[in-house]
Design a binder for this molecule. Structure first.
Ligand SMILES: CC(C)(COP(=O)(O)OP(=O)(O)OC[C@H]1O[C@@H](n2cnc3c(N)ncnc32)[C@H](O)[C@@H]1OP(=O)(O)O)[C@@H](O)C(=O)NCCC(=O)NCCS
Length: 266
């Protein structure tokens, strides 16, 4: 507060499970008066986070607009996920590449070897994302749902050894729209290339076609996101024209802070 007026707010939602015992702040959960500046968020976090630790919440997530990145980095929050957006170039006469086609539910067995590639990339160094059994168990049913959804465009590329890559485009449902996913945009939801086919142009051909097709369907904006530490996707998506607009940042407090060895003051 300043002079009786609100100059900022910071909200968090608590949760447990795959993300650890955590606090999660969405972009719409934090704001400050422009003339007060982002230092307001710094003070609010200072005020609130002691209680989060007392509650055993060592994982603090915030999804911050790019303009607020500095304040969160200064608070000890490193990058986890990059949220990006692009204006889809209007295409007039693009033709589907000869090795690309839309997949359907009957392709699920052929896709099986590719379904875990994103999880693998996330679990591996240098991303080191905690990946539990349910993250693997939902892959087949999740992809089947996408393959069965008439609104989704599930594109695959076929090489000499069968399906060697996919890109999935899903219109953002109105209920999900946010500053990360503008209303009426399409989301490039998932993409992977089989390891043997990487670096041969499969991913860029699939992405170019998926975007051209989205333009044909009337979409003008595409969103996507990736792990900042993923050495492949963090280079690949900006090269395709995606501009970062927000970041999910994840601060993990030292677990020893909740133990008896920690001496908060003498
Ligand atoms: C990201 C990914 C989909 C890229 O697909 P791909 O088929 O390898 O991409 P391409 O062959 O079209 O290469 C695209 C670019 O990356 C470069 N590249 C890709 N793999 C490379 C490799 N192994 N070594 C060097 N350069 C490579 C290419 O030179 C090309 O450069 P350019 O952007 O300057 O044109 C693929 O690496 C992948 O599946 N990664 C693991 C899963 C994953 O992380 N998915 C994304 C989740 S967000």
């Amino acid at each position: 507060m300043r002079g009786g007026a609100v100059v900022g707010y910071l909200l968090t939602r608590t949760g447990d499970g795959q993300r650890g015992r955590h606090c999660w702040t969405q972009p719409q959960d934090a704001a400050y008066a422009l003339d007060a500046g982002p230092v307001v968020l710094h003070r609010l976090y200072a005020d609130l986070s002691g209680q989060w630790l007392a509650d055993g919440r060592l994982h603090h997530y915030t999804v911050a607009p790019a303009a607020d990145l500095g304040v969160w980095l200064a608070l000890g929050f490193p990058h986890e996920q990059v949220h990006a957006i692009m204006d889809i170039p209007a295409k007039t006469s693009a033709e589907v590449p000869h090795d690309v086609r839309q997949a359907g539910p009957a392709d699920i067995d052929a896709l099986e070897p590719l379904l875990g590639l994103i999880n693998e990339a996330h679990a591996a160094p240098p991303v080191f994302a905690f990946t539990d059994r349910p993250m693997w168990d939902i892959l087949r049913s999740g992809h089947l749902e996408l393959l069965n959804d008439p609104a989704v465009a599930y594109w695959v590329s076929e090489g000499p050894e069968g399906i060697d890559g996919f890109v999935v485009m899903r219109p953002v449902p109105d209920a999900e729209s946010s500053i990360l996913k503008p209303e009426g945009s399409v989301e490039l939801l998932l993409a992977s290339t089989a390891p043997h086919a990487r670096g041969t142009g499969v991913g860029s051909r699939l992405a170019a076609w998926a975007l051209a097709d989205a333009a044909h369907r009337g979409f003008t904006v595409c969103v996507t996101d990736w792990r900042a530490a993923n050495p492949l996707s963090s280079v690949f998506w900006p090269r395709r024209g995606f501009r970062p607009v927000a970041y999910r940042l994840h601060r993990i407090l030292d677990p020893r802070l909740t133990g008896s060895e920690h001496v908060p003051g003498l």
